[in-house]
Design a protein around this ligand. Sequence first.
Ligand code: 2M8
Length: 442
Amino acid sequence: WQNPDRPVADLGELGDRARAVLAGNDLGTMVTAAPDLYPHMWSWDAAFVASGLSTVDVPRALAEMSSLLAAQWHSGMIPHIVFSDAPGYFPGVDRWRTAGVSPEGVSSSGICQPPVHATLVRRIVERAAARGGQDAQAAEDFARSTVPQWIRWHEWLRSARAADGSGLVTVYHGWESGMDNSPRFDGPYSRVHPGELEPFQRTDTRIVEDASQRPSDEEYARYLWLVQQMADVRFDDARLPGAVDFQVKDVFMSAVLAAANEDLAVLAEDYGHGGEAAQLREWAAEFREGVDSTVDPETGLARDRDVLTGEWIGLPTIAGFAPLVSSTDPLLRARQSELIDGPDWTGDPRLAFPLPASTSTRYPELRPRQYWRGPVWPVMNWYLASALRRHGDEERYGRWREASLDQLMEGHFGEYYEPFTGEPLGSWDQSWTAAVALEWLD
Ligand code: 2M8
């Protein structure tokens, strides 16, 4: 892969271009996840985007989070897509059949995504506080008024998705994990047999013309079948367990929630909701322990579990490093850190940049160009690196920062990258990629 047209001259230009990508994708009250492929707001994308934006414009970053919160369901769920008026994405709001279920005036999907929000809100608030003046005031006002909504979001996750006290969050769709077609879900999806499905036309493969970079049509049929099953019970949390053919304890999402509970406890204490902080810390511990308990002693990787069959899912994907996000066990952290430096991951000498791919590059089923089956995702690398740093690992953070900036200098802000050639894949000008470029540069 040789970049013909867009190499970036220096880090200053990288920052300018990243800011231009976010400005170009900004509809005013939401930054779309990508210009053509994803012309709406995605829940976890919005949190990363807001964090990146806060390096430039704190009020705009807070407005992004407010737009997302405005779509919160009465149950407390924050939906995975908030739809803009732009056409061209499938499945759109009509296919979701959320009208009458979502709050009045809200146009959204009916499922959720990983709860990175509180972690990134805390980051934005701390960044703004360090700046002082109006930014600090705006962030403080935002935190004070929205902490209860974030708490409701976490309460919903605990009660609707992890009431069993396992410290592991159930997802009813691969889309909820954010890693849609990761091989982690192949087993559970192989047991989803679409029945009579309303006909559909995909739009993603019209935009990403090389279909091998996207999930297959067979996979999409299963995705749509699950949407239909959930819509048929009107996304009623109590009825989902009896209605949906896909139920997985998602270890990575659980780690995200453990970390976010810690962050929300800090925000709750600082901004007038100290009474709830102890509960949030209890949940943080519960999910932290839940994640640690899934680690396969042989491979050292954390595992998902198929709720419907009881089987562990122990494939070598990036989700196996969930403990690096949440664990406080020094031995486990040391083992995972060593693993991620090793030849199956960032130590593979064939890599264009020493960064972890979404699936081990030694995995026989690796698909280096296909979405969550192998490519390197800049957003994941930043999220994981910031978790490493928070646990004191400045050294690895520094290495990944350098490699990530090298990777991004080709200038397309790709959604994901081919691990061995560094070719940008999927969408270009992807918002969360631009956002993490700004975070690395900050
Ligand atoms: C991808 O997912 C959407 C469905 O939610 C899609 O393929 O249409 C995933 O990478 C997801 O994690 C991400 O939030 C979304 C927008 O960037 O795209």
